[in-house]
Design a protein. Structure first.
Length: 520
């Protein structure tokens, strides 16, 4: 416990444009090697880069989402280094003036609770090609399809204090870039890659230790395992009298260890200078406002709204999370000061528990589906959450499909839940209807399945009364056990009554009538 871990994360998010950042070549994944690299990408003499407007707008969208400053004027620079998959001998990036500066991401730390992680910057740059070592005996192949693919490099401050906290940050950022539609987040295809800068220092020290950078971590599990190993390595090295050397390392998942890749370069090693082929990027307020007007409701706002019990409660929760100076102002002034909240404040609130609201934020499509279920049938919000996060999610996991591909529409699920709410079927019977709906090739309808299978719940008090009388008469020994104080015997009698009705009796009525008769 005498050591403190310090972690900063650099994330490369591939932007979801159809073409590259400085050329019209396709960014589609999976093409044959070197079939999506045009003259600009392979740096033929005389070609000139032209900036992709869509890439800039995605950077603006990210800046707005994290509350950052959008630079009115930013500059592209040449980052000079030699590598076989870098045709120009330099990478076009941003150095002194990035397009996005500052901002923060709120995460749920497993040890420190809600945590606000500040961002240093986010800048636009092009990706390099890819070196292929496995397919060529004793040689390396170069695929330039990725060369020029647009990236947004997002750099955090060194404010994370454990491998688990780094994963929480990476997951939150991953959800955000997918939520606002700037990156598909496919880590297997390299669309979302993290570099972890790791150092250790004695508790209470202000000076940072020597950091090592672990490159190209493309899964949350590898992020955690790589950082955990690197922390152990550095602590053991220092405690044994050694010195941590600043370097870039790679994580070997087969051996579960990091190993040296190259000595860590500093900025001066890259000889940055402004790219003479690209003028400064100028972003005016009108452009920013156009992007803002198309922004979706952000996860943190939606989660707050899902947990709030009313519009007033929503406003109060947001105030409590905002700057202290804003907490005592009226609602109208507050909303004027935070224009992004106005649309959220007018939408429905659901009063969900924190766990439900947070889980629904795992994807924008899941949150949309949930709200559509509630709206389609005016369903109780908690009941809808239980089914979306329970039976529906379990069925999707078994089928290995995402919410976008579920065969059950929100309207279909809403009609099923309406029949639970109005007592037409029990919760147990609803599971049978759900399975039938899921398997139906023509979409299926809850009411039709209930009618065809004779699943309508028995709610006639006279009929249930008669069934309970029969159960009591046929189970005298169990009745005696209950009256002797054995509560489990009551559950056995309820089970007999439900069995006699093939599970179609209203459970609440069975319980009430049985208790009344046994008490008599």
């Amino acid at each position: 416990m005498k050591w403190e871990v310090v972690i900063g994360i650099e994330t490369h998010a591939q932007l979801s444009t159809d073409s590259k950042i400085f050329s019209g070549a396709s960014t589609a994944f999976g093409a044959r090697p070197n079939t999506q690299a045009c003259a600009i990408d392979i740096a033929l003499p005389g070609v000139l880069p032209v900036l992709n407007r869509g890439a800039v707008e995605r950077a603006i969208r990210f800046g707005l989402a994290v509350g950052a400053d959008i630079s009115a004027r930013s500059v592209f620079a040449r980052k000079n280094y030699f590598y076989p998959d870098l045709p120009k001998g330099y990478q076009i990036s941003q150095y002194e003036i990035p397009v996005v500066q500052g901002g923060a991401i709120e995460i749920q730390s497993p040890t420190r609770g809600e945590l606000r992680v500040r961002l240093t910057r986010a800048h636009l740059e092009e990706d390099a090609g890819k070196s292929l070592h496995e397919d060529f005996h004793g040689m390396t192949g170069i695929d330039l399809n990725r060369a020029g693919t647009p990236l947004l490099e997002i750099v955090s401050e060194p404010e994370l204090r454990s491998a688990q906290e780094a994963v929480a940050y990476a997951r939150t950022l991953h959800t955000l870039v997918r939520w606002i539609g700037i990156c598909d987040g496919n880590m297997q295809e390299g669309s979302f890659r993290c570099d972890a800068n790791v150092s250790v220092r004695l508790q209470g020290e202000a000076k940072l230790g020597t950091r090592c950078e672990i490159k190209n971590l493309n899964s949350f599990r590898f992020i955690e395992k790589a950082i955990a190993f690197e922390v152990r390595r550095q602590i053991e090295l220092v405690e044994d009298g050694g010195t941590v050397v600043q370097e870039t390392r790679l994580y070997d998942s087969d051996k579960d260890e990091t190993r040296p890749m190259r000595s860590k370069e500093d900025a001066q090693d890259y000889r940055y200078f402004p790219d003479p082929d690209l003028p400064p990027l100028v972003i005016d307020n009108a452009w920013i406002e156009r992007v803002r007007s198309a922004m979706p409701e952000l996860p943190i706002m939606r989660r707050t709204r899902f947990m709030a019990t009313s519009r007033e409660d929503f406003i109060e929760i947001v105030k409590s999370r905002s700057n202290v100076a804003m907490q005592d102002v009226g609602d109208e002034l507050f909303e004027e000061s935070f224009p992004d909240l106005q649309a959220s404040a007018l939408k429905p609130t659901y009063g969900l528990p924190d766990h439900d609201a947070t889980t629904l934020m795992s994807s924008r499509a899941l949150a949309d589906y949930y709200e559509s279920v509630v709206a389609a049938g005016r369903i109780d919000p908690k009941l809808a959450a239980n089914w979306v996060l329970g039976d529906l999610s379990a069925a999707m996991n078994r089928a290995e499909i995402a919410i976008e591909n579920t065969p059950l529409s929100p309207a279909q699920l809403a009609r099923l839940l309406k029949r639970v709410e109005d007592g037409t079927i029990s919760g147990k019977t609803a599971k049978e209807v759900f399975e039938a709906l899921w398997a139906a090739e023509d979409g299926g309808d809850a009411d039709a399945i209930i009618a065809t299978r004779g699943l309508r719940q028995i709610s006639d008090e006279g009929a249930i009364d008669a069934i309970v009388d029969d159960v009591i008469a046929a189970n005298a020994a169990t009745v005696a056990e209950f009256r002797a104080g054995k509560e489990k015997a009551f559950n056995a009698l309820v089970g007999q009554a439900m069995k006699a009705t093939r599970g179609q009796a209203n459970p609440a009525q069975v319980n009430a009538i049985l208790r009344r008769k046994l008490a008599g």
